[in-house]
Design a protein around this ligand. Structure first.
Ligand code: NAI
Ligand code: MG
Length: 365
């Protein structure tokens, strides 16, 4: 049987960029015999409009059953006044929670043709290809106690940084597995100098490496130094593994080393299942972009590259992923630009569909 893929286009530009990914999926089926059992369903505002909830139970069940989920984006002004419990974002949060997606993969990859687009010097970013693995379901965003409490005659805001050994262990494994598909090099970042959770983090990551991943070259760095090193010379890294809070900040920082929001893919992975594949949700980093929705202006590359990540990390189709990434490199090198990738020099930007067609043409070339 073919591997299964659930597509959730969502709202705003989500369906627009997803239509281009459908072309890519069909191309691999028609030209390389790489076939998927594809189904499509609603999420976010689109689901709310039909079902009154941002994720129907049936959709949730499907997401748990498939090999991978590919999501466009959710949200939009139409839904801003909805009750918190049915807001589009809740659909995405439910997916992440019930699929137990604890490992968030955020690549920072520089496409040569866009190296000038970075705010950093060209030689600092040219050829950059690193991956931040952020722990996504624990740490200071979830730890108890949390809240705003009365204390004497003033209030105190409290969040708790809390990590268990098993939470650290599983995200470390996820990073080491990933590194085996890349350079074999991992840098773990925490603040063991001032935080107990950081001391435990460092110990557990090292132990997992020594016990089960002796082939991995592991280093440790304090997260503040990591931030400096990321901007100074990011090419010293391959895979970086870090906690939820540091990962939130470091992954946004790393992403912007290379340019537009319209270019950034992501993956969120859970534990390996019976068939060896992890629960997996792939999505562009960007949102539903209501300011350009419905105008054919959206850059589909972030969503296309999210599918490339699915090929690599869910479907063991690394060669196809390489091929798709090379096609994106090629169209950019040939000068193809959606509006978000155009500098002050101007020119006529490609539409979403034209960019998708250019990628298909590059695949076929
Ligand atoms: P956004 O990412 O949707 O847009 C930010 C800016 O980047 C906009 O100017 C937009 O036009 C541009 N942009 C984003 N993706 C682009 C693409 N593929 N091609 C060209 N330009 C692109 O973030 P914003 O405006 O803060 O949020 C809009 C809506 O999206 C909100 O309802 C928000 O809650 C939701 N959102 C959803 C996310 C998700 O589904 N994972 C993530 C972030 C926001
Ligand atoms: Mg962030």
């Amino acid at each position: 049987t073919n591997p299964s893929l659930l597509i959730l286009p969502g709202d705003g530009i989500g369906p627009e960029v997803m239509a281009e990914v459908r072309k890519v999926i069909d191309w691999f089926g028609a030209n390389q015999g790489l076939n998927f059992d594809v189904s499509e369903d609603l999420v976010g505002g689109a689901a709310y409009d039909v079902h009154g909830v941002p994720l129907h139970d049936d959709t949730m069940a499907k997401a748990l059953a498939v090999d991978a989920v590919l999501l466009g984006a959710v949200g939009g002004p139409k839904y801003d006044t909805l009750d918190f419990s049915v807001k589009p974002e809740r659909g995405l949060l439910r997916l992440r929670k019930e699929m137990d997606l604890f490992s968030n993969l955020r690549p920072a990859q520089c496409f040569d043709a866009l190296a000038d687009f970075s705010s950093l010097k060209k030689d600092v970013v040219a050829g950059l290809d690193i991956m931040i693995v952020r722990e996504l379901t624990s740490g200071v965003y979830f730890g108890e106690p949390r809240g705003i409490f009365e204390e004497g005659n003033e209030r105190v805001g409290i969040n708790t940084q809390r990590y268990t050994e098993s939470e650290i262990d599983r995200v470390a494994r996820s990073a080491f597995e990933l590194a085996r598909k890349r350079s074999g090099k991992v840098c773990s970042m925490e603040k063991a100098n001032v935080m107990e959770s950081g001391i435990l983090w460092r110990e557990v990551v090292q132990k997992v490496r020594d016990t089960d991943y002796p082939d991995i070259e592991l280093s440790h760095m304090y997260a503040d130094n990591g931030a400096m090193q990321l901007v100074r010379w990011p090419k010293q890294f391959d895979v970086i593994v870090t906690d939820n809070l540091f990962g939130d900040i470091l992954s946004d920082c790393a992403a912007m080393l290379t340019g537009s929001l319209g270019m950034l893919p992501s993956a969120s992975l859970g534990a390996p299942r019976a068939n060896g594949r992890p629960a997996a949700l792939y999505e562009p980093v960007h949102g539903s972009a209501p300011d350009i929705a419905g105008q054919g202006k959206a850059n589909p590359i972030a969503c296309v590259l999210s599918f490339a990540m699915a090929l690599r990390y869910s479907f063991d189709a690394g060669a196809a992923a390489d091929q798709l990434e090379a096609a994106v490199q090629k169209v950019l090198a040939d000068g193809a630009r959606t509006a978000d990738l155009m500098g002050a020099e101007g020119g006529t930007p490609l539409t979403t569909t034209q960019m998708g067609d250019a990628i298909i043409a590059a695949l076929s070339a």
